[in-house]
Design a protein around this ligand. Structure first.
Ligand code: HH2
Length: 305
């Protein structure tokens, strides 16, 4: 058995998972103080306050540059921002919690200047607590509550929204865990376990969205297969977030570097939208906004003609 998200949840049947099928029914995502409608694509802009993130590490070292970047992402069309102080790329060395907090603190102290809801990308309860004190609305845990046993309680007590992402192992060893018989069925079952665990810890279901964890304990082919069969995750009855942005599965035979994976990111987002994903975590907000808005207009063409 693999470590990580392996609580072995049951796969619910449609209509019994509590909540409408996000592929068919417009739903809303309940954050801490407001709700986000999910009938249109929701773009979550990435702001990594790290020296070593695989795509944007080290770009925004001082707090003025971070705040300027946050405003630029909002101006480009981000509905939400996801802020992180620890890289979780394959092979990344974990940072001590004090260092993660130190990286985030100047930005969190100025959180009130950010006009959209902010998510904290962390696996740690202490970091989530500080970010929640500062006013974040969402906790985005790439470990799906498997890293820190106290994080679920922190989320439940705060009334924050929660992104439960699928991974196995940890960033150092996760590539070894990329072994699946049926990647969609196994991701679904393991996410179902994480969802049960979050609910039993007191996190309200309406606040939870699920994420297949593109590139986390997934080979490039497994990431492609998950996007291809993304609708297989709707049985869980919760909205889906995807984070394909600039990831390795987009490198293709040309081995494109991260900054040349923007077009691939857009293709992945649009396909994911058409298979029912509703929230898109991206570095390149402006093109993602444009592409997803066109996808939405195509979906709704004919209604008024
Ligand atoms: N991907 C990354 C980080 N956080 N969160 C969710 N919910 N889904 C994802 O796919 C996801 C995530 C990795 O990307 P990035 O933040 O750009 O890189 P790094 O981990 O190197 O900071």
């Amino acid at each position: 058995m693999s470590p990580g998200l392996v609580r072995g949840g049951e796969t619910p049947t449609p209509g019994t998972a509590g909540g409408p099928d996000p592929l068919r029914a417009p739903v809303r995502w309940r954050l801490r103080t407001r709700e986000v409608p999910l009938d249109r694509p929701v773009v979550m802009g990435i702001l990594n306050l790290t020296p070593d993130s695989f795509s944007d590490g080290g770009r925004f070292a001082d707090v003025d540059a971070q705040i300027t970047r946050a405003h630029a992402l909002v101006e480009e069309g981000a509905d939400l921002l996801d802020v992180g102080g620890e890289s979780t790329r394959p092979g990344a060395t974990p940072v001590p919690v004090d260092e993660e907090l130190r990286r985030l603190e100047p930005f969190l102290a100025r959180l009130g200047e950010i006009p959209v809801p902010v998510s904290i990308d962390t696996r740690r309860a202490a970091v989530a607590e500080r970010a929640l004190d500062a006013g974040v609305e969402i906790v985005n845990d790439v470990s799906g509550l498997s890293h820190d046993a106290t994080l679920a309680g922190v989320v439940a007590r705060s009334g924050a929204a929660l992104v439960l992402m699928h991974m196995r192992g940890n960033p150092i060893d996760m590539t070894e865990w990329a072994r699946y018989g049926d990647v969609v069925a196994e991701v679904r079952s393991e996410l179902a376990g994480a969802l049960d665990y979050a609910r039993s810890a007191g996190v309200e279901e309406a606040r939870i969205v699920l994420d297949p964890g593109i590139g986390f304990a997934k080979s490039p082919d497994q990431s492609l297969a998950l996007l291809h069969r993304l609708d297989g995750l709707h049985l869980l009855g919760r909205p889906l977030l995807v984070g394909p942005s600039r990831k390795r599965f987009l490198a293709g035979p040309e081995a494109l570097p991260p900054d040349q994976r923007v077009e691939g990111t857009l293709a992945a987002c649009v396909v994911a939208w058409s298979r029912g994903a509703r929230i898109f975590r991206v570095h390149d907000v402006r093109p993602a906004r444009k592409a997803l808005d066109v996808a939405w207009r195509i979906d709704h063409a004919g209604a008024s003609s």
